[in-house]
Design a protein around this ligand. Structure first.
Ligand code: SAH
Ligand code: SF4
Length: 387
């Protein structure tokens, strides 16, 4: 079953992003002025190496370079006009601004999935969701794979490969920001709901958020950024103490320990009581509303009695500052999404009992682009330049 779920999708367009034959890839390319990767030292973007390289320069230069990359979204060092010519030349010889990846677009063009290749060959995936109201949300990954192995999650099935560095977390964002710039659009919202458990890579995720926030970076406010977690207690406590107004989402998916432990093995050693106590601490400390995510998986967690159980659990432990987000599961082979009538019934029970609830629109179904479903396909397809 799992094999079938991760077979490469036929509609993937694999290319380095400067190949002229691919329409979407071309518009995302590094541009005519960019150098071919074989002429430069670091052929993948590596901000840690870049930072080392800039050590001998006055500190304002590092700020200018950062602003050129993340704010002005340059695709060639020639565009970094505030920098002196000799520095630009030297940067050109040493650091590529090209992002290597593949893209896939949904039929309605509202969802774009990107698979980005990192310096060590690992691939991370990210999704851009274009909403009708003008918001453009990017779903980011925090790890390659995930150690938590939730039964319904393709990333979980990959196992854990490694944590991402802060700048690697940002590469997909840069990729989509450059793409949107062509139509004078911007990224407005960020969700850490891609591959991996963000609170198990806490420091790098927070560093990435600082650049997302920074006015010399992406300049996106913390209130527009959401972190989703399966429930890493220490991470939630740390987040509660950060002076950042990020949104917190908890992947609950079940109202009791026996069901939750079946689908989320992590719950076996971290029962709901501890998780909800910590969420309650977070709410008290930040006065922020927490989102409770509840995937609707057919025959597993969608029975009416479980909706009543969820009402009691949440009202008893969280008070008022929360809402439930019912999310239709994206089929992976092992599990199926609930029927719409069961979702509506579940929702009605929550509403009637005073629990605020929303139902998330299902984006990118035909390209397997559900956040949290970002794994599998890309690892099995070779890039054209490797053939
Ligand atoms: N590790 C974090 C964040 C990444 S997963 C977490 O679990 O919260 C982001 C969300 O996608 C989670 O709520 C996860 O349960 C959900 N998800 C996983 N597989 C999915 C699928 N096939 N369809 C829809 N949502 C899925
Ligand atoms: Fe990891 Fe989240 Fe997937 Fe669970 S749902 S395996 S925590 S990425």
């Amino acid at each position: 079953m799992c094999e079938r779920a991760i077979r490469p999708a036929k509609r993937f367009w694999w290319t380095t992003l400067s190949m002229p034959t691919i329409k979407l890839a071309t518009c995302l390319s590094a541009g005519r002025n960019s150098q071919r990767p074989d002429q430069i030292k670091h052929i993948y973007m590596n901000l840690i190496e870049l930072e080392k390289f800039l050590k001998g320069q006055p500190s304002f230069r590092a700020r200018q370079v950062k602003a050129a990359i993340f704010k002005n979204l340059i695709e060639s060092w020639d565009e970094a006009s505030p920098l002196p010519k000799d520095l630009r030349e030297s940067l050109k010889k040493n650091f590529s601004l090209e992002i290597t990846g593949a893209v896939m677009e949904s039929k309605d063009k509202k969802t774009i999935k990107a698979a980005i290749k990192l310096e060590d060959g690992e691939i991370i995936e990210s999704v851009l969701l274009k909403h009708n109201d003008g918001r453009n949300t990017v779903c980011l990954s925090s790890q390659v794979g995930c150690p938590l192995g939730c039964r319904f999650c393709l990333t979980g099935k990959m196992g854990f490969i490694r944590n991402l560095e802060f700048f690697e977390i940002l590469i997909p964002l840069l990729f989509f920001a450059r793409h949107l710039k062509k139509s004078e659009e911007k990224i407005t919202n960020i969700v850490f709901m891609g591959m991996g458990e963000p609170l198990l890579n806490y420091d790098e995720v927070i560093d990435a958020i600082r650049t997302i926030n920074d006015e010399n970076g992406f300049n996106i406010g913390a209130r527009k950024i959401s972190i989703s977690t399966v429930g890493i207690i220490e991470g939630i406590k740390k987040l509660a103490r950060e002076k950042m107004q990020i949104n917190l989402a908890i992947s609950l998916h079940a109202p009791n320990d026996s069901l939750r432990s079946q689908i989320i093995p992590f719950n076996q050693s971290h029962p709901l009581k501890n998780l909800l106590k910590t969420v309650s601490y977070y709410i008290e400390k930040t006065n922020r509303r927490v989102m409770i995510e509840y995937l609707m998986i057919k025959g597993i967690n969608d029975k009416p009695e479980l909706a009543f159980e969820l009402v009691n659990l949440l009202k008893d432990s969280l008070g008022k500052l929360f809402f439930v987000n019912l999310i239709k599961y994206n089929a992976t082979g092992d599990y199926q999404p609930s029927d719409q009538k069961d979702i509506e019934n579940f929702k009605r029970i929550l509403e009637k009992n005073g629990v605020p609830v929303v139902e998330r629109y299902r984006f990118g179904e035909n390209i397997k682009a559900a956040c949290g479903q970002l794994a599998g396909d890309c690892r099995r397809v070779r890039f054209r330049d490797e053939n």
